[in-house]
Design a protein. Structure first.
Length: 196
């Protein structure tokens, strides 16, 4: 049985994908996940696997969570012992330039989307995209990210780390580029659920 791991909080999207996959010829199980660890710790079974990140238009918080998932997935993938698992991005045109994921247009008709997902699950090696220069966070960047996610003031974070506020802002800018976020707004949209 093939497995499609879906990164979304929208239950309607999840139910729609479950219905769409039931219409397919092969048995495909749709599983909701929040972190790459959920996919990597899932027991190996028969069939292929794919990860689908849903990034709806006009939702910076969901896009930020999706980009963080994609960055973490790129970090975990080289060290994981799992087989070939492509990462897919169901997105609009502006998001299709994200590296490390195979883009699927949100404009696809249901039969076309179903056929595309079946093709990906039947031949996953053709849809794996590489990430260039994905690096883990430094210890200070990790502290600044967690402080930002919890809403800690910059002055408190700077005092705790023994650095200037300017250093904390500089670290945030480095985080934005390293994780693949677009801007500071997306960084601020991350919440406790996205904690590393």
């Amino acid at each position: 049985m093939h497995r499609l791991f879906v990164v979304t909080d929208c239950q309607f999207t999840l139910m729609g994908l479950e219905w769409l996959m039931k219409e397919a010829d092969k048995a495909i199980k749709v599983i909701q996940v929040r972190k790459p660890e959920d996919v990597l710790t899932s027991p190996e079974g028969e069939g292929n696997r794919a990860v689908l990140i849903v990034m709806p238009v006009g939702s910076p918080a969901i896009r930020a969570s999706g980009r963080l998932f994609l960055w973490r997935w790129a970090l975990w993938r080289p060290v994981s012992q799992t087989g070939i698992t492509p990462c897919l991005l169901l997105c609009d045109k502006q998001e299709s330039n994200v590296t490390g994921a195979y883009p699927l247009s949100r404009q696809l008709s249901l039969p076309t989307l179903s056929a595309q997902l079946l093709a990906i699950l039947n031949h996953p090696a053709f849809y794996v995209r590489t990430c260039s220069r994905v690096r883990p966070l430094t210890a200070i960047q990790r502290v600044v990210l967690e402080a930002t996610i919890t809403g800690e003031r910059v002055s408190v974070t700077a005092a705790r780390l023994g650095v200037t506020e300017r250093s904390v802002f500089s670290c945030r800018t480095a985080l934005i580029h390293k994780i693949g976020l677009r801007n500071r707004m997306e960084l601020m949209c991350l919440n406790d659920r996205d904690a590393i």
